[in-house]
Design a binder for this molecule. Structure first.
Ligand code: SF4
Length: 459
């Protein structure tokens, strides 16, 4: 292990596939790659296209918006705008409730959205505005559902934000709490009759990925009732309790909600990844085994055979240029990291480093079994750890998100964005083609030899 790794961080790094400390608070003083609580909540809720997202806090928190989480919409564009109460020094001294109240009035008068999400960020957590009371008052006055997410960044880390977003979605689904619902809808929570259909949880329709997955299910003949939350609307989400199955694509952000939907509405759930040929085929087969008829099973097999054949032919020319290259992975959740190890193996690359922001113990065990001996596995890494291990292992490419990109570029290492800034869909069979093309383009680009020859280093 490199000498400059902090002593307290060593338990979160495994070199030989041993056990790993994870799902804990980040170490004070280490600059974690993790996002804050508010960011975790906003990742999940922002793609609801007709919702109004109001950030109650200083303007800086509002910079975390659609521009860096580019999920696509087939309808409303309201979610793409960023709104903030823009708290300043005076508000911090005298309280920000008046500004929040004025903001809610403006939203009700101008936009009249079906729901307003208020994100209370760090400063509000410190000054103690009664955000909940202002929200209840606004609901009564304007007849619009107002849901508060108490998400000061310092209250935990991204995973807590996911749970808070899950609770906010449970509130959205509850007709009793909706001020716009008719009195007859405000009955004790009765189980709604199930229809033969599924909800997709944890796909955010980046570059249209939700549409690709929905098209597969449409071709097979399985109805998708609601999508959490890529290209979703409030009305669609409210139908979710009638579904017979929840298919969880991003397990990190949606496992909590899947468990709550099972508790509250009796909907069973499965984890399914749509990254890579192997995992996409498995996801479709598992869904159809649980919900489909014999005819739908054979339609699924025909789709898998046709699309796999096409994708294999498309990626074949790239394989010689990728063989033997070394990959480093640092992504949000463990389930995606597992799919990426499989995908790299299928392309002939070796994974030499793999880590996540919010992975769980059992996911790290799967990674240890899948990866080659000696692969570095690390939870909640910081930039200097990633740098040290990428150098030590001789990684040719880093797969990550917006926070990992500058690190790779400064090291003169190829980079692939597998987070919310990606431009081409990476999910489904077509995603395998795009992913392979992108990996080839970046890893075999001559630019890295110039950067390395110029001796650009971080330290
Ligand atoms: S850490 Fe606090 S101040 Fe920073 S973005 Fe998150 S909520 Fe806002």
């Amino acid at each position: 292990m490199p000498r400059d790794i902090l002593e307290e961080r060593r338990k979160s790094i495994s070199l030989a596939g041993g056990s790993l400390d994870c799902d804990k608070a980040s170490l004070a003083g280490a600059v974690s790659q993790r996002a804050c609580v508010y960011c975790g909540a906003r990742v999940v809720l922002n793609p609801i296209t007709d919702a109004f997202h109001l950030v109650h806090g200083p303007i800086g928190c509002a910079s975390y918006t659609w521009d860096i989480r580019g999920s696509l919409s087939a309808g409303s564009e309201l979610y793409r705008q960023s709104f903030s109460t823009d708290l300043r020094e005076r508000d911090i001294v005298f309280g920000g409730e008046a500004k929040l109240r004025a903001g809610l009035r403006e939203i009700a008068e101008i936009y009249r959205p079906p729901v307003i999400f208020i994100y209370a960020t760090c400063v509000v957590g410190v000054i103690g505005d009664d955000v909940e009371a202002v929200a209840r008052e606004a609901e009564k006055a304007y007849g619009i559902r107002v849901i508060v997410i108490q998400s000061p960044g310092f209250a935990g880390h991204k995973s807590l934000g996911y749970r808070l977003a899950g609770e906010a979605l449970m509130k959205l689904l509850s007709p009793q709490a909706d001020p716009a619902s008719q009195p007859q809808a405000r009955q004790p929570q009765a189980r709604q009759p199930k229809v033969r259909g599924l909800n997709i949880l944890g796909d955010y329709n980046l570059a249209g990925e939700m549409w690709i997955i929905k098209n597969y299910y449409r071709e097979i003949g399985l109805p998708v009732i609601a999508s959490f939350t890529g290209d979703s609307t409030c009305a669609e989400l409210r139908k979710a309790p009638t579904a017979a199955l929840n298919v969880v694509q991003c397990a990190g952000s949606m496992t909590y909600l899947a468990k709550r939907l099972e508790e509250e509405y009796g909907i069973p759930w499965i984890k399914a990844s749509f990254f890579g040929l192997e995992d996409t085929a498995r996801a479709l087969r598992e869904t159809v085994d649980l919900l489909g008829s014999a005819e739908e099973r054979s339609r699924a097999e025909a789709l898998i055979a046709r699309e796999s054949r096409r994708a294999e032919a498309a990626i074949k020319p790239y394989l010689p240029g990728l063989k033997g290259k070394k990959a480093a992975i640092f992504v949000g959740g463990g389930f995606k990291a597992i799919s990426l190890i499989r995908q790299f193996r299928a392309l002939g690359l070796e994974t030499v480093l793999v880590g996540t922001q919010t992975g769980q113990k059992e996911e790290y065990e799967v990674m240890a079994n899948l990866a080659s001996p000696g692969t570095v596995i690390l939870d909640d890494a910081n930039p200097s750890e990633l740098e040290a291990f990428m150098r030590e292992k001789g990684a040719d490419i880093l797969v990550g998100g917006v926070k990992e990109r500058p690190l790779a570029y400064k090291l003169g290492v190829a980079f692939c964005d597998h987070n919310h800034e990606r431009q081409a869909p990476l999910a489904g069979f077509v995603g395998v083609e795009n992913f392979t093309r992108e990996i080839d383009l970046t890893i075999n680009s001559p630019v890295w030899s110039y950067v390395q020859a110029a001796g650009v280093t971080l330290s």
